[in-house]
Design a protein around this ligand. Structure first.
Ligand SMILES: [Zn+2]
Length: 332
């Protein structure tokens, strides 16, 4: 599976210029355009130091013999939910996935971690160096009504944003994903993650996912196990599916022609969730694939490189929607 993922990754780095996804281009504001290169990332965590580029995922380990501790981190105001390290080839301990948002400020930031076990509590501090990523800059000229919403459209968009925010507010309290992430569609990766859009001369929100070109009706599959948290038909993203993989880890699939899962349904890696389409604001059939990690918009392809191969099954092998929806303490 992993070899296949890597092969696909390489094959799909071809860039296609013509494909324009306009899923998330509202709320124009100016931001600096970065044209510098970051140094190669050294993410081994030696001496409590980690580094990664904007849009990447850093894997942080906290060695511990204590297996019933609560381990919780904070990075740039966002939670980092640690879980028992499931890898059989690593020392015992806890592991957290730190998403670096595509717009996190370059520089060194603290990852503060608190380990609580019974009445004992200790604090750990790690330094995470965020390196600039060189995102593409796209200049687009589109008909005005394709860029700006009328008052009715704006009200709809705001309501849709609120709906998404509410649906993703309560993270499933346990890890649901397993080893072996899957590319959701066998298509042409465009390399548009993070690209800066200048539309009709105005800077817009950066592109927060990756577009994968594929013919209408191509199967779109879940990148990993999870629960369908939300299905939508939204003004920009069209027909879409939001999967909850637990502990603040979500994947999104937009512009579908057809959605084949229901809210609350448990899905497995590789299970069909819909078909490629061009619904919402899209100029041609493609999948917009997004991943959010505790609110950080990361490059979805980063999940294919996560170093989890030999690992134990998730805490609950067959999660039921009810058990996952039940708010509560994380399972030990
Ligand atoms: Zn897109």
């Amino acid at each position: 599976m992993n070899h296949m993922a890597i092969r696909r990754y390489r094959r799909s780095t071809i860039r296609v210029e013509w494909l324009v996804c306009v899923a998330v281009l509202l709320a124009a504001y100016a931001f600096p355009i970065d044209l510098s290169f970051g140094a190669p990332a050294d993410r081994n965590g030696a001496n409590g130091q980690y580094s990664g580029k904007q849009g990447e995922i850093i894997v942080v380990t906290v060695p511990s013999e204590e297996l019933s501790a609560q381990v919780q981190g904070t990075f740039l105001g966002r939670p980092v939910n640690f879980f028992p390290d499931p890898r059989t080839d690593e020392p015992k301990g806890y592991v957290g996935l730190v998403g670096i948002d595509l717009q996190d400020a370059p520089g060194t930031h603290e990852l503060a971690v608190r380990v609580t076990s019974g009445n004992d509590s200790r604090s750990l501090s790690y330094q995470v160096k965020v390196l600039k990523e060189k995102f593409r800059v796209e200049h687009l000229t589109l008909p005005k009504n394709k860029v700006d919403l009328d008052p009715k459209g704006l009200a709809r968009w705001k309501a849709e944003q609120a709906q998404v925010k509410q649906a993703l507010a309560a993270d499933s309290p346990m890890r649901l994903w397993q080893a072996g992430f899957v590319e959701p569609v066998n298509g042409t990766r465009t390399g548009k993650f993070g690209s800066v859009r200048i539309m009709n001369g105005k800077a817009r929100n950066p592109h927060n996912g990756e577009d994968i070109g594929a013919p209408n009706g191509t199967d779109v599959v879940a990148t990993n196990d999870g629960v369908v948290r939300l299905t939508v038909d939204h003004i920009f993203s069209g027909k879409g599916v939001f999967l909850d993989h637990g502990l603040g880890f979500y994947s999104m699939y937009f512009h579908l022609s057809d959605v084949s899962v229901e809210e609350g349904e448990v899905v497995r890696a590789g299970q069909i969730v819909g078909k490629v389409g061009a619904t919402g604001r899209a100029t041609g059939p493609h999948l917009h694939w997004g991943v959010k990690l505790n609110g950080a918009r990361v490059n979805p392809y980063a999940v294919l490189d996560l170093p989890f191969k030999d690992m134990a099954q998730a805490a609950i092998a067959s999660p039921s929607a009810e058990s996952i929806s039940a708010a509560g303490e994380p399972s030990p």
